[in-house]
Ligand binder design. Structure first.
Ligand code: G6P
Length: 475
């Protein structure tokens, strides 16, 4: 692997009192106007939530920088200490595209796509988790708090505890944790559970997920459990609790209120021929998101004549994702075909029923889309939380707009005033979309008010605070 330092100041290994360990660093590489490469903080909410904690605690973030076969020194960007972990091209294939995204991802999402089990993938997962754990062990100061993120790194807590028992270790799973029968399919189920048990606190999005984990530990590892507490043979206690993740609500609100955003929202409506209703979907192009079912439901509303072409249009933003994984390639072809069919059948000249955008957009454009929409359609087949639903609500500073939301998104636990639908039930989704489109303004405003209260009171910093407070609590 070639070794070089990025343009920002390269540093010797930092010594940090607060360490985040995640598969990805919170920065994207950009080419500046002078041709030099630099970094831009990626738009994710996690980094904005953890930034203040990192600044006040000499924090460091350990993660992959996104490029295979490249070693980089630790560096600072916007005063954040970033510690890149290298992955070879083969590890990207086996650890990231393979075990993380073709074994664990489908299995943890209700086996919507068949998970593949390959022993070489597992070995790569172990080796890469070891590398992350070793790097965290080097970077963490005596007694530091280390917060490990998500399904790609489930073995890190135990590996880290073995080398650094002085640390306080937390783990948060951003995706669903499957029911015991599904988890039990994994040939390496016990190692994964023991990996997580290296943490002092294991956080999940929903209470059911935490309960699934505790049950599995009791059944498969045989440790004593009492409600959300697990007692290990050496007497150490591990807690498993829900912490529903959220967004930078104030940040989205501020963006949504800007005159430029309002102007752009009006322009979007104009470009679509000022239809009476704009439905909007925004997702990574992932088979868990239920894009096909949702578009089919919309297509049927048009072909049934329940909606006429001039009445409603659908904008679907599908951000490219994991494009080298087979299931994602197949999905892309399916969605391309489906959109082509719906638009082809519309049989009229003018704006198409479905505007399909296979691309990613900056936050400003997303805020304008959220404001331009009448009905936001978020219908995953299974989703840990779904932050798009919360972003939409945060951006509706005008108090208008309707949310159609899948019962199988974690967000449905909190956004109860959405039009809740079962994404497997096409007729039910059609009725949900129609109900959202036909509800009167006062009813929509009442629902939106309640949902906005929820995302205002429970934003991403409240999430991070509650996790870290619980992690630091002595038991
Ligand atoms: C989900 C996962 C994250 C992941 C993100 C993007 O939200 O929970 O861990 O980073 O998808 O996927 P990618 O594979 O591009 O990192």
């Amino acid at each position: 692997m070639p070794s070089r330092s990025p343009s920002s100041a390269a540093r010797a290994t930092p010594s940090a009192d607060f360490v985040v360990v995640a598969n990805r660093l919170p920065v994207d590489r950009v080419v500046e106007s002078d041709g030099q490469t630099g970094w831009r903080t990626s738009p994710g909410g996690l980094v904005s939530a953890l930034e203040p904690v990192m600044r006040s605690n000499d924090g460091a973030w350990i993660g992959w920088h996104g490029n295979p076969d490249e070693r980089l020194d630790a560096f600072t960007h916007n005063d954040l200490e970033l510690v890149p972990v290298p992955l070879s091209a083969q590890e990207v294939q086996e650890y990231y595209e393979g075990f993380s995204n073709a074994t664990l991802w489908p299995l943890y999402h209700d086996v919507i796509a068949p998970p593949e089990f390959h022993r070489e993938w597992w070995e790569a997962y172990v080796a890469v988790n070891r590398r992350f754990a070793d790097r965290a062990a080097e970077v963490a100061a005596e007694g530091a708090v280390v917060w490990v993120q998500d399904y790609q790194l489930q073995l890190v807590p135990r590996m880290l505890r073995e080398s650094r028992p002085d640390l306080r270790i937390g783990f948060f799973l951003h995706i669903p944790f499957p029911p015991t029968e599904l988890f039990s399919q994994i040939p390496w189920r016990r190692q994964l559970l023991e990996g997580l048990l290296g943490a002092d606190l294991v956080g999940f999005q929903l209470p059911e997920a935490a309960a699934n984990f505790v049950r599995l530990v009791r059944q498969r590892v045989g440790y004593k459990t009492q409600r959300d507490h697990i007692t290990l043979p050496d007497g150490r206690q591990v807690r498993a609790k829900p912490f529903a993740i959220s967004i930078d609500t104030a940040g989205f609100e501020e963006l949504a209120r800007q005159p430029a955003t309002e102007r752009r929202a009006a322009e979007i409506r104009e470009n679509l021929g000022n239809p009476r209703q704009i439905l909007l979907g925004v997702d990574r192009l992932d088979y868990t998101k239920g894009l096909g079912q949702r578009l089919r439901a919309f297509g049927e509303l048009l072909s049934d004549g329940a909606l006429d072409d001039n009445e409603a249009v659908f904008i679907q933003v599908a951000t490219p994702s994991r494009e080298r994984v087979d299931q994602y390639r197949l999905l892309r072809d399916d969605i391309d075909r489906l959109v082509g069919r719906i638009n082809g059948e519309s049989g009229h000249i003018g704006p198409q029923p479905v505007t399909y955008l296979h691309s990613s957009y900056p936050r400003t454009e997303m805020a304008a889309l959220y404001r331009a929409a009448d009905v936001m359609v978020v219908t995953p087949l299974r989703d840990g939380m779904n932050l798009v639903a919360k972003e939409f609500v945060a951006c509706r500073v005008d108090g208008a707009g309707a949310l159609v939301l899948s019962e199988f998104a974690g967000a449905a636990d909190e956004l109860k005033q959405a039009f809740l639908v079962n994404p497997y039930d096409i007729n039910g989704m059609k009725s949900g979309m129609l109900a959202a489109m036909r509800s009167d303004k006062r009813e929509l405003a009442r629902r939106m008010r309640a949902m906005r209260k929820q995302v205002t009171e429970h934003d991403i910093s409240a999430w991070a605070d509650s996790f870290l407070t619980e992690l630091r609590r002595e038991v």
